[in-house]
Ligand binder design. Structure first.
Ligand SMILES: C[S@@+](CC[C@H](N)C(=O)[O-])C[C@H]1O[C@@H](n2cnc3c(N)ncnc32)[C@H](O)[C@@H]1O
Length: 273
């Protein structure tokens, strides 16, 4: 009998293959990174980096970039992309945003986490770790989906969770990272004065060369939370209902006549350390 324990957070993201979704997010990742004042030689950490939607453009601007992600398949995919782009200033390694134990204190000028650290357990530990690894005078930028927001990803996550079994007791929803008061509470507990935490609403656009149902199929096949929702729905005979609900969502939100382009609103958090 195996004695290894399963980390459900890691298992969720290794279950699928987020690289398929990430391909529709590259344009927005580049736009966001261009706005961060990255200069050659800056030390940048990307937490929950996936296969490098933001880490790659940061390295292309000349920063020394480390991407950390809990999913070993995405770390491997990120390192393959770094090689493909000839970026020897970009490395990916496995790690957990709740406990960045391989990283020393005050190592980074800029710590970025776009829809990444929000999915880690123990949000107060996450804030503490992000602050710990940032040098005094440095900056942390998070992108977090917003609960109750009517746009794509918040709705995918809402619909997916309504078909999934209830989370274990004590589970803190990742969506709480999209609530300003929660974010302030977590960073002030990590020692950052409230005045040094600011917010703005921003947009990521999912661009996909196929139709909205084809993009939905990518989520159904490769995106852990949606895969789990379909498994639970099919066990309860509700698969067609979930498919119809998500089909409506993707079709209604599409802004392109020829392919798929869906804007999604998120909360951008800027922390001055
Ligand atoms: C929605 S994806 C976003 C990936 C990437 N930031 C991007 O913009 O394409 C969420 C990412 O967070 C990672 N993740 C989830 N929990 C994590 C944790 N505890 N520590 C580090 N990464 C985590 C997942 O493996 C996944 O790559």
């Amino acid at each position: 009998m195996s004695t290894s324990t399963t980390n459900p957070n890691k298992a969720l993201w290794e279950k699928g293959d987020f690289t398929h979704i990430a391909q529709s997010m590259r344009d927005s990742g580049e736009t966001l990174v261009r706005d961060l004042g990255i200069a050659p030689g800056m030390r940048v950490l990307d937490v929950g980096c996936g296969d490098g939607t933001t880490a790659v453009p940061a390295a292309q601007l000349g920063a020394d970039v480390l991407g950390v992600d809990i999913a070993s398949n995405l770390v491997a995919a990120g390192n393959a992309r770094a090689r493909e782009f000839g970026l020897d200033n970009l490395t990916f390694q496995e790690g957990d945003a709740s406990d960045l134990k391989d990283l020393g204190d005050e190592q980074f000028d800029l710590v970025v986490s776009i829809f990444g650290a929000m999915f880690a357990p123990r949000p107060f530990d996450v804030a503490k770790e992000l602050v710990r690894v940032t040098r005094p005078g440095g900056r942390i930028v998070m992108g977090n989906w917003i609960p109750g927001d009517p746009t794509l990803v918040a709705q995918i996550l809402r619909i997916s969770s309504s078909y999934s079994p209830p989370p274990p007791e004590g589970f803190v929803s990742p969506m709480t990272w999209g609530v300003e008061d929660n974010v302030i509470e977590r960073f002030t507990a990590a020692g950052v004065p409230k005045e040094q935490v600011s917010f703005q609403k921003d947009t990521y656009t999912f661009n996909f060369p196929g139709s909205p149902p084809e993009l939905l199929n990518e989520f159904r096949t490769y995106y852990g939370p949606t895969m789990n929702a379909f498994e639970a729905a099919s066990a309860n005979g509700r698969e067609a209902e979930l498919q119809a609900e998500l089909d409506d969502l993707f079709n209604e939100q599409n802004r392109s006549d020829t392919a798929t382009s869906i804007p999604a609103t998120f909360l951008r958090v800027d922390v001055r350390h």
